[in-house]
Design a protein around this ligand. Sequence first.
Ligand SMILES: [Zn+2]
Length: 410
Amino acid sequence: MTSSPGAADPTTPAGPAAVPGLAEVPGLAGVGGLAGAGDLAGAGDLDLAGDVVELTAALVGIGSVSGAEDAIATAVHRALRVVEHLRVSRTGNVVVASTDAGREQRVVLAAHLDTVPPADNTAVRRSVGPDGPEIGGLGSVDMKGGLAVALHLAATLPDPARDITVICYDCEEVEAARNGLGRLAATDPALLAGDLAILLEPTGGLVEAGCQGSLQLRVHTTGRRAHTARAWTGTNAIHAMAPLLSRIAAYRPARPVVDGLEYREGLQAVGVEGGVASNVVPDRCTLRVNFRYAPDRTPAEALAHVRDVLATADGPAVAVEVVDDSPPARPGLHSAIVRELVAAAGTGVRAKYGWTDVSRFAALGIPAVNVGPGDPSRAHTPGEAVPEQQVRDVEVGLRRFLAGDPTRLM
Ligand SMILES: [Zn+2]
């Protein structure tokens, strides 16, 4: 998840990547209603149609650090496969299940299976927080609660008013190249098809629309190397960076309103490299810059804007190199189906500041929003926990939307 900006951001790899075999470590599986610890056979016992909070706990009990999602993908695949009204496929650790009720519209529910690495928090914890009883443990907020909601809805809506595709995918919490949804979009885009995509990332139950883009740049200044004892014969590339840093420090980010939602941009220097030795005038300096931009700019416009900010009439020679560009997604609030979702969820709507996988759907022309249980500011923290009531509320809101008719609620 990326709503706590940068957290699951593809441009900001989250700590050590895979922890091979972690899912098999005794004690990571087998909590919350599963069979014995480390007993992957027990994972087949996921009860998708039962209580959605218990399903959340069971999913937290299956360790699934990025790169080690085999156990959870197997458990989810096994449980979905026996649901009669679902068409189910698995490719690697991406599991897709669809209803085929012949409805006019199809809604994609997308949830990643992986978590960030553990912080002494792999056990399922039940406690009482400010919002009542909570399920805690690694991934509870990001995003086993949302995953449970998606699986439960797919399993219990045999006759939905809108057809449902659930996509459970791996490697969201690591670099973009490994992302399971990205892989699916490249190899089998038809599986992503729909009239609306809902990512069940933690949003505190709100509808978070669109997402900001993220541009990662390296800005290089060059000079002329010389002995510091005869510094006048050289040109200092680190000094040349000073006016650029001043411009970035003084930059006033915009707060544009797009489709009625206020976004907040940000331009930050996030790293600096330079220097040769303590007696050498340096001839090179590199500044790493991150520009978070609202979805009213295209990636090309965002880059042109940063170049403008850095350009100085009498300034040093500057080379700007694009390292990564994750495009933004517009909120799509003008579309009828998104408005209906907002009404059904009944929780209000706000802008999404972080970059999320909604952008992948937007790139395919599919409106996409984030809605899920859990406070995004608790995601990736050792004490993450999701309020049980929020899991239930999101489930009810989405059920109302997917059933389309209160008599179909159960
Ligand atoms: Zn997430």
